[in-house]
Write a protein that binds this ligand. Structure first.
Ligand SMILES: [Cu+2]
Length: 369
């Protein structure tokens, strides 16, 4: 059994494909929970070139990647030394129904595990490259002050590990990612995540926290073509993604995997953009962000409809839910909606006619804005 063991003083982000069964979204919120893990030895093909002809049979048995957890709040504790361990895993999984892709991951999820510390913590980070992988990996954390954000000294071949120490000098929410050449191949295969560095007093409590990252994906073959696909460097350089998704696949946060909340609750979304190419215009249809940490820095803005999140950037948005229903998170560059860029927050609770009511309904669409 491998799993995530989070304690106040020690954070061990173990590897493993965290059970290829789809976790319920409830578990998405319970950061300390251990997920059943089965470390799958995956012989993934690392191809930066246009190669293999996809075959439909090669996706038999593939599922979507499991969802990452939100790490628990720091709660204003004293600064300390925090140990973090992360394993890189190359794993084929579904990016859309019937469409497989060889993901490169941290910890078997896209995005990788959320790392959460406070300003002035010293982070001792160990990266391990799973022995069944084919390619070297490393980690560049934007929260690091030092050459390459740690990348230069964390290059690990399959079966190897490396450890760095860094002090979290600046509060904020920072992207981490792989930086092994060709860098776009590694990032756009899923190698990104967030490290949250809380201010000394911590973040104010909310009822729900969510962890969402956008990424653009470039596959061999045509979009939607069944079969197992590899990364297309040609499409990546042309900045023409087949898929733009939240948390690793089309529909990763929809249906039974939708985020869950209740009327009256205050929610916080840690939203990051792995890219590798597209800036996100992050918006929640039917909501207004009560406040936004602009670019995840220390400047909070209020009453924001859409916030811009560049590749390698992040934000924190917070809002209170007044009216029940489904609220769809999108990149408001809405052409990308058809490439998968959406996720649902399902809100249950009593109607609130003071805020919203239907006087006479129009025609019904199954989707829309
Ligand atoms: Cu890598």
């Amino acid at each position: 059994m491998q799993g995530n063991r989070w304690t106040r003083r020690s954070m061990l982000v173990r590897s493993g494909v965290i059970g290829l069964s789809l976790p319920m979204l409830g578990s998405f919120l319970s950061a300390c929970r251990q997920a059943a893990s089965s470390s799958q030895g995956v012989a993934a093909q690392a191809a930066a070139t246009e190669s293999s002809t996809p075959s439909a049979s090669s996706v038999a048995g593939l599922q979507r990647l499991p969802l990452p957890h939100v790490a628990p709040p720091v709660n204003g504790r004293e600064a300390t030394v925090v140990q973090v361990e992360v394993e890189t895993i190359e794993v084929p999984a579904l990016i859309d129904d019937g469409v497989g892709f060889t993901f490169f991951t941290y910890g078997g999820t896209v995005p990788g595990p959320m790392i959460r510390v406070r300003k002035d913590d010293v982070v001792e980070l160990t990266i391990r490259n799973h022995p069944d992988n084919r390619t070297p990996h490393n980690i560049d954390l934007h929260a690091v002050t030092g050459p390459g954000g740690g990348a230069k000294f964390t290059v690990v071949n399959p079966g190897q590990s490396a450890t760095i120490r860094f002090k979290a000098l600046n509060p904020g929410v920072y992207v981490y990612h792989c930086a092994v050449p060709p860098v776009p191949l590694h990032i756009s295969s899923g190698m990104y995540g967030l490290i949250v560095v809380e201010p000394p007093e911590g973040l104010p409590p909310v009822d729900r926290e969510f962890y969402v990252m956008q990424g653009d994906f470039y596959l061999t073959g045509k979009r939607g073509e069944p079969g197992l696909h590899e990364f297309s460097l040609e499409k990546c350089l042309a900045e023409q993604p087949d898929y733009v998704v939240f948390n690793g696949s089309v529909g990763a946060l929809a249906g039974e995997r939708a985020l869950q909340a209740k009327v009256g609750e205050r929610v916080r979304i840690f939203f990051g953009n792995g890219g590798v190419n597209l800036t996100s215009s992050f918006h929640v249809i039917g909501e207004i962000f009560d406040r936004v940490a602009l670019e995840a820095g220390s400047l909070w803005a209020e009453n924001i409809q859409t916030t811009s999140v560049p590749p390698g950037g992040a934000t924190i948005v917070e809002f209170t839910l007044e009216v029940p229903g489904d609220y769809v998170m999108v990149d408001h560059a809405l052409g990308r909606l058809l490439k998968g860029a959406s996720g649902v927050i399902h809100v249950e609770g009593p109607e609130n006619p003071d805020v919203f009511q239907v006087i006479q309904p129009g025609a019904q669409l199954t989707s829309g804005h």
